[in-house]
Design a protein around this ligand. Structure first.
Ligand code: FE2
Length: 252
């Protein structure tokens, strides 16, 4: 996927200028400190695959309006109880390269539970599953490009990287464009987490300023009294303040 993902959106047809991604500060594909990249990273330049009519006219989101609990991960899998852990709000805006809000964009998130365990068949970490927590949610941005999720702060978890490697607490974010074929994926970390500078995955982004764009900041103005702390995570699709996505520009 490329960052042209929202070109088909009516708002973006008004864009006056295209901003190339600055590849000097994108995550590196092949990083000896992140062991999985040694085998997984491509050895040939990526090929650009143009979008087809079928891609652009394929499934759209109008038929899939999120339900009232889709952005409430504390409640959307609850069965006889609520999810365990530190209750938080994570919210922000999606903006285009010129600071304009991007409305009605589908955001999906997925995350580990409070113990650092994903509800996924391939997650064998010894922390227990939470019977009331799926770790998945979605919502559409509103007319001002705002989104909000209520969830549990995910726990850190270890991963195989040689030695004692741990992921900081993080939430995976996917931002869709006008169709399912237009998608960007990134991760939100949490302000003050001492594991961020130690994480070889986070540190595939070599520029500290770029990495800071992936750190959600504590936002007490959005906290809910006797309920939840709040963190703010704004997403910028392109331009000088762009959020750093896991995807790379293709064909270059
Ligand atoms: Fe993860």
């Amino acid at each position: 996927m490329t960052l042209e993902l929202l070109e088909g959106h009516p708002v973006h047809r008004l864009a006056s200028r295209y901003y190339d991604r600055d590849l000097r500060i994108q995550p590196v594909r092949h990083d000896p400190l992140y062991a999985s990249t040694l085998l997984r990273s491509p050895t040939h330049p990526p090929l650009a695959v143009g979008e087809t009519i079928a891609d652009l006219s394929g499934p759209v989101f109008g038929h899939l309006k999120p339900g009232p609990l889709d952005n409430d991960l504390i409640g959307n899998f609850a069965s006889g109880g609520l999810a365990l852990g530190e209750r938080i709000i994570i919210h922000g805006t999606v903006q285009d390269q010129n600071g304009r809000p991007v409305p009605e964009t589908l955001i999906e998130i997925w995350q580990a539970n409070a113990g650092g365990r994903y509800r996924h068949v391939r997650d064998g970490y010894l922390a227990p599953l939470d019977p009331n927590f799926s770790g998945c949610g979605r919502c559409l941005t509103d007319r001002d490009g705002r989104y909000t999720f209520k969830t549990i702060r995910p726990g850190p978890y270890p991963f195989k990287n040689g030695g004692c490697a741990w992921r900081p607490s993080h939430i995976h974010f996917s931002v869709f464009g006008a169709t399912f074929t237009q998608r960007l994926v990134t991760q939100a970390y949490f302000e003050g987490d001492p594991l961020i500078p130690l994480c070889p995955i986070a540190n595939t982004i070599k520029d500290p300023r770029a990495l800071r764009t992936l750190v959600a900041t504590l936002d007490m103005s959005a906290a809910i009294e006797f309920d939840a702390l709040a963190y703010r995570f704004d997403i910028v699709l392109r331009g000088r303040h762009a959020t750093f996505f896991e995807n790379r520009t293709e064909g270059v």
